[in-house]
Design a protein around this ligand. Structure first.
Ligand SMILES: NC(=O)c1ccc[n+]([C@@H]2O[C@H](COP(=O)([O-])OP(=O)(O)OC[C@H]3O[C@@H](n4cnc5c(N)ncnc54)[C@H](OP(=O)(O)O)[C@@H]3O)[C@@H](O)[C@H]2O)c1
Length: 333
């Protein structure tokens, strides 16, 4: 099959609501020596796509203006310095942008082979949230067998991946979420305890569930609204890993004595802006440590819903309305 010169892709030329999303025609990108050209079969939504569409999260320097941080598809062309990949290989990958498109460029070091058991839709739902959960829990959080981890937004894409990776590490998760349906979803995925944060404060439940010891790690994307309770919930030497500030970024009160007394670590991280070398290294470690779990079925991407990319505005509305549990996938049909 000839590779066409032009392809369809989705952009949001003006900041705004889902109605700003539109198809455009762009040249099919050319792979450099160390890159693969992938024909995209599916991509998936991330909160960052909503923020990017709203004009609040511009793509990093040099990244495509096309939305989309992850894809699954088939290798169409192999740069001459890429060893180990062939035309026709099934791959998925994290991208700095450019996923809502018929073709995408993937640096060979970022490509993850898709296990036979996973469909393109499942594979597209994995890279961003599982790499984020792996990086934060394993590399930054140094999770260990027997730890207890508090995961906020447990039913989010990242939360659903984190619940599985906590269990994969032999640890236990406590999650918070905002509806009874979401609590149930998280318990079925393997969370040990699920707390509805809308019913009142969560810290007392966390302390009760841990015999007042607290948790070793908190994976937090909520930020300011949960800061005080997070400090209460952390055990000695606990780690708060902050990956977003959805409720706000300013806290009016912070008791530094708690941080001192409990020897806490407060770690902030954003994956998208990391260097290509960092991301390739992370991908390599992920393939070694985590991919076997997908191959033997202990881990599974959690799909909330699948939309055609022609229905991208509908898919964005679903995420914005906080209706999804796990990942929303777009098929590039
Ligand atoms: N730093 C990084 O490297 C990194 C990487 C990936 C993702 N992230 C961040 O991780 C978070 C989860 O991403 P995702 O794509 O998995 O999200 P998602 O599937 O859209 O889930 C987000 C969920 O967060 C909960 N939530 C709690 N407080 C909220 C608030 N103030 N506003 C909106 N939602 C709130 C909502 O569920 P409830 O009904 O339970 O409230 C919502 O459904 C996002 O904030 C994202 O930006 C960070």
């Amino acid at each position: 099959m000839m590779i066409p010169e032009k392809m369809k892709a989705i952009v949001a030329p003006e900041p705004g609501g889902p109605e700003q999303l539109q198809f455009t025609e762009l040249p099919v990108p050319q792979p450099a020596a160390d890159e693969l050209l992938v024909k995209v079969q599916a991509t998936a939504l991330n909160r960052a796509d909503i923020l990017q569409r709203q004009g609040k999260y511009p793509p990093p320097k040099g990244a495509s203006p096309v939305l989309g941080l992850e894809i699954a598809g088939v290798v169409e062309q192999v740069g001459h310095n890429c060893s180990g990949w062939r035309r026709g290989d099934r791959v998925c990958a994290l991208l700095p942008g450019g996923g809502y498109a018929r073709y995408a460029i993937v640096p060979a070091g970022m490509a993850i082979p898709i296990p036979d058991s996973l469909s393109p839709e499942e594979a597209a739902a994995a890279p961003e949230v599982f790499l984020t959960a792996y990086q934060t829990l394993y590399q930054l959080g140094r999770i260990r067998n027997g730890d207890v981890v508090l995961i906020h937004a447990g039913a989010s894409g990242v939360g659903a991946a984190a619940i599985q990776l906590v269990r994969f590490a032999g640890a236990t998760s406590i999650i918070t979420a905002g509806t009874a349906k979401k609590l149930d979803f998280c318990l079925k995925l393997g969370a040990g305890v699920a707390i509805n944060y809308r019913d009142g404060e969560f810290a007392s439940h966390v302390l009760k569930a841990t015999n007042n010891n607290g948790v070793q790690i908190i994976l937090d994307c909520v930020g300011a609204a949960f800061w005080g309770q997070n400090m209460q919930c952390l055990a000695m030497d606990g780690r708060l890993i902050l990956i977003a500030v959805m409720s706000g970024y300013k806290v009016s009160e912070a008791n530094l004595a708690t941080i001192l007394r409990k020897r806490l670590s407060i770690i902030g991280s954003t994956l998208r802006g990391r260097s290509p070398e960092y991301k390739q290294n992370l991908t390599r470690e992920f393939v070694k440590d985590i991919l076997p779990g997908f191959q033997d079925g202990r881990l599974k991407p959690t799909i909330d819903s699948v939309f055609s990319w022609k229905e991208v505005a509908e898919a964005h509305r679903r995420m914005e309305n906080r209706e999804n549990m796990g990942k929303i996938v777009l098929t590039i049909d």
